[in-house]
Design a protein around this ligand. Structure first.
Ligand SMILES: [Zn+2]
Length: 265
């Protein structure tokens, strides 16, 4: 346990920044982003604001748009007519719109129409577990993060480090943090509060955006605190056991560490 305590202490002093990979958003969106306040929402009713060949824009949504290494949600829009419109991806559009990508030849709903937006929950929940797991990986390996990617099967972080990764120790410490079932909280901080606490930012390559007014923070008390716009589980125990995949040497100062769900039992 001493290494975990050591990491915890380290992370308290060192608060990390994975935000360039997990996305940051201002609070002024054209599309109300319900997933930010409650990542567990599987569906919502919403009104169609625009529907083009690019996709459907709603006044509010539970669909997470591609960003910060986390894939855009897939799912469907259920129309008043009973028709179901498949959503194959979700992207940020112009301004702060969120675009639900539909098939080119799909019959889209009319502006003003009410729809039920339903995400593929199993896929999203896997993303939430993986995403939270990557935060813990960043705690166990306290190095600068230069890249990252999430999927429902496998996820990875690129670390700015030259050391060899001791897979066994990393795996053990990672799973200890998961099993400790730490609460995972979201809080907002103003630009002024952030500016007053520069130690909150681990300056690897990208700083949190200034001028948006406020920044969304992920807070796993005593473990991790950093700007992040992605979706997370509420307790680390929900991640379930993880195992380390390949550790790839992607350059003199880059170690790519892969994690997977451990479904061995
Ligand atoms: Zn995050």
């Amino acid at each position: 346990m001493s290494s975990i305590a050591g990491h915890t202490l380290q992370s308290l002093m060192r608060v990390t920044l994975l935000s360039s990979f997990f996305g940051l958003h201002s609070s002024e969106n054209m599309t109300e982003t319900l997933y930010r306040d409650d990542a567990y929402l599987k569906s919502c009713t919403a009104q169609v604001v625009a529907a083009t060949e690019q996709g459907v824009i709603l006044d509010r949504t539970v669909f997470y748009p591609l960003g910060g290494g986390q894939p855009g949600d897939i799912g469907e829009l259920r129309l008043v007519s009973g028709a179901r419109l498949s959503v194959s991806d979700t992207r940020k559009g112009a301004g702060d719109e969120i675009v639900h990508i539909v098939a080119e030849n799909a019959t889209v709903p009319a502006v003003g129409e009410t729809v039920e937006a339903v995400i593929d929950w199993d896929r999203r929940y896997a993303h939430m577990r993986m995403h939270t797991g990557l935060h813990l990986l960043g705690v166990v390996l306290p190095f600068g993060v230069t890249g990252g990617s999430i999927s429902a099967i496998r996820s990875r972080l690129d670390f700015d480090m030259t050391d060899t990764v001791d897979k066994e120790t990393v795996c053990r410490d990672l799973n200890a943090l998961i099993e400790a079932d730490h609460p995972v909280l979201t809080q907002w901080i103003t630009d002024a509060e952030l500016a007053a606490q520069p130690e909150l930012i681990r300056t690897m390559s990208v700083k949190p955006p200034q001028g948006a007014g406020r920044v969304r923070l992920l807070n796993i008390p005593g473990v991790d605190l950093q700007p992040c716009g992605g979706t997370h589980v509420a307790h680390t125990g929900e991640i379930g056991p993880l195992r380390l995949g390949k550790v790839e040497k992607k350059g003199a100062r880059n170690r790519r560490v892969n994690i997977l769900f451990d479904q061995s039992d």
